[in-house]
Design a protein around this ligand. Structure first.
Ligand code: SAM
Length: 284
């Protein structure tokens, strides 16, 4: 058994939660500092490429489908006819690829603050970028906080916040002001979906997010846990918030017909994801 402290392993040590996660690596491929964050790419022995931003695992070749599918399809199949979508963050382009699998979608604007993330994704995760040339895709680079503040009122059906954790440039994406911008930009029935960290490690933040979304005027929130091997605890979530609408119903037949386009998401996973586990019911 090789020693985790050897150069053959990448480890993300999460002091705030007393946990750590390691992947065995062949080599560090590149490290670059953008004006916003440090980005590293590793070649792993078993998970393909690994992208790390400011020391935090972001995405690997092998398992990214879990996160990208669950950040996209529950919201898109809950909406009756999603046409105009915005992705805040998402610079690795995996979420963009998932959204563009929906024929009803007419436009997706992806706004990531850091162009270097997408440049690295194009080189080391080309499979995630395969839809970037879709005429419906508009890949932009700006602060998502500013973009949503300036977005036209009632112009969007779905806003997906695929950001880093609430530190650094991502911090301003988890507060009342940002949620108010999103509410204003969404049409009635529109849905905000945001990565809401770990149901095991971050319950306080998750509750604060949900409460803030309801405080600013969203009518309903729904947290959906899902497996996410490379993030702290291996158990992650997204939280959906609905403007002038509720959660529960979704386009089951369309979701069932979608099965050949997804590797994790399906109608049963969607249905099951709507049932909060008991330990979360007690705290949310
Ligand atoms: N799946 C990852 C996770 O859950 O941590 C997120 C992936 S994606 C790489 C996260 C992106 O959020 C990064 O590319 C980062 O540049 C972007 N980001 C952070 N703060 C932002 C902001 N204020 N506006 C736009 N993008 C932002």
């Amino acid at each position: 058994m090789s020693d985790l402290s050897s150069p053959n392993w990448f480890t993300e040590q999460c002091d705030s939660t007393g946990s750590a996660f390691s992947l065995r690596i062949k080599k560090k491929v590149v490290e670059k500092q953008s004006p916003f964050q440090k980005i590293e790419i590793y070649e792993t022995t078993d998970f393909g490429h690994l992208m790390v931003i400011d020391g935090c695992t972001m995405v690997t070749t092998r398992e990214n489908f879990l996160y990208h599918e669950m950040m996209s399809h529950p919201a898109l199949f809950t909406h009756p006819n999603p046409k105009n979508v915005v992705i805040i963050g998402g610079g690795d382009c995996g979420t963009l690829r998932e959204v563009l699998k929906h024929d009803s979608v007419e436009s997706v604007h992806q706004i990531d603050i850091d162009e270097l993330v997408t440049q690295m994704a194009l080189k080391y995760f080309p499979e995630l970028c395969e839809s970037n040339s879709d005429p419906r895709a508009h890949v932009m680079f700006d602060d998502g906080i500013k973009f949503m503040r300036e977005a036209e009122a009632e112009s969007l059906d779905i806003v997906i916040v695929d950001s880093t954790d609430p530190i650094g440039p991502g911090e301003g994406l988890f507060n009342h002001a940002f949620y108010t911008s999103c509410l204003n930009a969404l049409r009635p029935g529109g849905i905000l979906v945001q990565q809401s960290e770990s149901p095991i490690l971050h319950q306080k933040l998750m509750k604060e997010m949900r409460d803030a979304m309801l405080d600013v005027g969203f009518d309903a929130v729904q947290t959906i846990p899902f497996p996410q091997p490379i993030y702290p605890s291996g158990f992650w979530s997204c939280t959906l918030a609905r403007k002038q609408g509720q959660f529960g119903e979704f386009r089951v037949e369309d979701a069932q017909a979608f099965a050949d386009k997804a590797d994790y998401y399906n109608a049963s996973i969607h249905q099951a994801g709507m049932q909060l586990p008991n330990f979360l019911k007690k705290v949310l």
